[in-house]
Write a protein that binds this ligand. Structure first.
Ligand code: IMP
Length: 176
């Protein structure tokens, strides 16, 4: 399939994603059933995964959405990030962070440090995808859907320049 100037091919089917999401949902149910966890979905890419994951959770829960903006500074000053949209009280809550993909780990490394300062009862990190070969920041992911090679992927919420989020399967950049 062509998106903008690039060609993508199928990597993980919608059925495989569904099975994995159900399994993670069941594990989260065992862990958090009577704890009213707060799912925090990182926008934009994780909204499709978060929507399926919370419906695979059998118990009371809440959901919040957060947008993280990063401004690339100079190499020496690094990234400055801001957190927008998280209006819930986090003190004493069980948080389940839902991310689409951990690439370098920069986003989650920053965000979990920010969350720890809000004194939650616990933090669980769930990422649909991770690229272990690209990891540069220390991150402990509690539940990973699929570990994938360090290649660009789209679909199931992930985009390439705005397109591809609505694709039910995950596609990977095809070698030309
Ligand atoms: P990190 O901060 O380097 O771990 O990057 C995480 C963010 O980069 C994800 O939430 C995605 O928005 C984006 N990203 C990383 N790899 C991909 C990819 O292969 N396809 C689409 N977006 C990606």
């Amino acid at each position: 399939m062509q998106i903008h100037d690039l060609h993508f091919k199928q990597m993980i089917s919608a059925e495989q994603i569904h099975e994995r999401v159900q399994a993670i949902g069941a594990a989260l149910t065992t862990q958090y059933k009577d704890k009213n966890p707060l799912f925090i979905s990182i926008l934009s890419g994780a909204f499709v995964f978060a929507s399926d994951l919370m419906r695979a959770f059998d118990g009371h829960c809440e959901v919040g959405f957060v947008k993280l903006s990063s401004y690339k500074g100079t190499r020496s000053s690094g990234d400055v990030q801001t957190v927008m949209g998280l209006e819930k009280e986090l003190n004493g809550r069980h948080l389940i962070i839902v991310e689409d993909i951990v690439d370098t780990g920069r986003t989650l490394h920053f965000f979990t440090n920010y969350l720890r300062e809000q004194s939650p009862e616990s933090i669980c990190i769930v990422s649909l995808l991770s690229k272990p070969d690209a990891l540069q920041f220390p991150i402990e992911i509690d539940y990973t859907g699929f570990e994938i090679p360090d290649k660009f992927v789209v679909g199931y919420g992930l985009d390439y320049n705005g397109l591809g989020r609505n694709l039910p399967d995950l596609l990977v950049l095809a070698d030309v």
